[in-house]
Design a protein around this ligand. Structure first.
Ligand SMILES: *[C@@H]1O[C@H](CO)[C@@H](O)[C@H](O)[C@H]1NC(C)=O
Ligand SMILES: *[C@@H]1O[C@H](CO)[C@@H](O)[C@H](O)[C@H]1NC(C)=O
Ligand SMILES: *[C@@H]1O[C@H](CO)[C@@H](O)[C@H](O)[C@H]1NC(C)=O
Length: 444
């Protein structure tokens, strides 16, 4: 009897432990063709994955076909599948190109749809201004994101959700803000799990996946992670300055910094206070750093502008300058909207990094500090600004009317679409004619 209860107890503890995590996967594939995804969906199912995020598909004509292929594969493999598709939606006199994130459950049914017009000035597609979520049979509720959302969404917008899937095709026009660059900072601050085409991240524990085609990771359901790490970007994704042309820049005084010195750099009443102390180690004579501040609205992508406040110390080239201490402090206008930016050619030990908000009891004061480090490329604080006008842009997007290049591309797709639509209708019609003819012949 005692033995039995021990066994029961063991099984109970075991099931309890098993239920605290789930297995997530991401497919990294250059070729964005659905036929190449399906074998991976099956092998993901065979390895016991609960949820798989696929790379974005290119705009395709056979939207319905793709959906039925993915649905079938999800059902056969028995796992949740997340996919990003382009869809042509009928709109008044023409069509609107819509970006869609779709989630299929283990039975192949669509359980979440998150759509956005590709062109910000959409007539027929209204963006969801609420976070799209779905619940799973393994007890986790996920938020659905596209890549730009981690920058655009505010913390309150995330509704306390701690697990996210993210897929989409998008390039930031502001340095540091591409999804693969920004994801470590975002999960560090939100303490959330992010299963995305930019990698799998777990809160402050950072990136969990390597470079495998099918990258797999076991995640804690509550997002609470193991050992925190510095939210630094993979060095291969670090970008050297040069695109800081709109910033106010002061060169770092290497002479003064060997003794330790303070410098304040301001842009439009937003000030960044830098303290830099370099070590005795041999400094490359060519190496140079800039202390930079930016405060203003930047075009963020084709259809969005974003209000940003940024402080950054940025290297002009690979340098072995040894920093005993770098400290960056600023008073931002919006509370709880700052993220650390750490781009370094070497991995920083956790205890050498500190990111603090609400410094000295001033709610909007934020400090980033690192000690004893080398090979710094960019180090800074990215903050979002707050005005109602900008909020509107964040959520709904606004077409930048001077951005004519984008419109031309859109028009081009649009015209091609019309032609292809009629081809499509004609093919369908022919099939119908054949079926009806057979039917009539049968009747006779
Ligand atoms: C959207 O509305 C504008 C203005 O009403 C119109 O000029 C444009 O053709 C519409 N676009 C589509 C795709 O219907
Ligand atoms: C931030 O605000 C405090 C309090 O007003 C002020 O003493 C400090 O100099 C400010 N710091 C910066 C970097 O502007
Ligand atoms: C629109 O885009 C152009 C070029 O991309 C840029 O110079 C301009 O500042 C943008 N306008 C707005 C209102 O963002």
């Amino acid at each position: 009897m005692k033995f039995l209860s021990i066994v029961v107890c063991f099984l109970w503890v075991n099931s309890l432990m098993a239920s605290e995590t789930y297995k997530a996967g991401v497919l990294h594939l250059q070729n964005k063709d659905i036929s190449e995804f399906t074998p991976f969906i099956h092998s993901a199912g065979a390895t016991g994955l609960d949820i798989l995020v696929l790379p974005p598909l290119e705009p395709t004509e056979n939207y319905d076909e793709v959906i039925s292929i993915v649905s079938k594969a999800a059902r056969q493999a028995g796992l949740y599948v997340v996919i990003h598709l382009y869809e042509k939606a009928r709109c008044q006199l023409g069509y609107e190109m819509v970006r869609s994130n779709l989630v299929f459950d283990r039975k192949g049914a669509i359980v979440a749809v998150y759509r956005k017009a590709q062109n910000g000035a959409a007539n027929c597609t209204t963006s969801d201004s609420d976070l799209v979520t779905f619940a799973t049979d393994f007890g986790v509720t996920f938020g659905v994101l596209m890549e730009e959302d981690i920058v655009l969404y505010d913390e309150e917008h995330l509704k306390g959700v701690k697990n996210f899937v993210m897929t989409g095709d998008w390039q930031a026009e502001v340095p540091f803000l591409n999804a693969d660059q920004f994801a470590p900072s975002w999960t560090y601050i939100t303490d959330a799990n992010l299963v995305s085409t930019a990698g799998i991240y777990s809160g402050k524990a950072g990136v969990k996946t390597g470079a495998d085609k099918l990258a797999v990771s076991e995640l804690h359901k509550n997002g609470a992670s193991d050992v925190p790490v510095v939210p630094s970007v993979n060095p291969s994704l670090a970008t050297f300055a040069g695109d800081l042309s709109q910033y106010v820049i002061r060169p770092l005084d290497l002479e003064a910094s060997s003794r330790g010195y303070k410098e304040t750099v301001c842009h439009r009443s937003f000030c960044c206070e830098f303290y830099v102390k370099t070590g005795d180690a041999e400094t490359h004579p060519e190496s140079s750093y800039s202390l930079a501040a930016f405060n203003g609205i930047r075009p963020f992508s084709a259809n969005h502008n974003i209000g940003t406040q940024i402080c950054v110390i940025s290297g002009s080239e690979k340098s072995n300058t040894f920093f005993e201490l770098i400290s960056i402090t600023a008073n931002f206008t919006k509370q709880n909207s700052q993220y650390p930016i750490v781009q370094s050619a070497t991995v920083l030990p956790t205890e050498h990094f500190k990111f603090e908000t609400n410094v000295n009891g001033i709610p909007q004061q934020v400090t980033l500090q690192i000690v004893e480090t080398q090979n710094v490329i960019n180090l800074g604080i990215f903050g979002k600004d707050a005005t109602d006008k900008l909020e509107h842009n964040y959520v709904y997007g606004e077409k930048n009317s001077t951005n004519s290049e984008q419109n031309e591309i859109y028009d081009y797709i649009f015209n091609e679409d019309v032609q292809e639509f009629f081809d499509y209708v004609w093919i369908r019609l022919r099939i119908l004619i054949v079926i009806v003819s057979i039917y009539i012949l049968e009747m006779m």
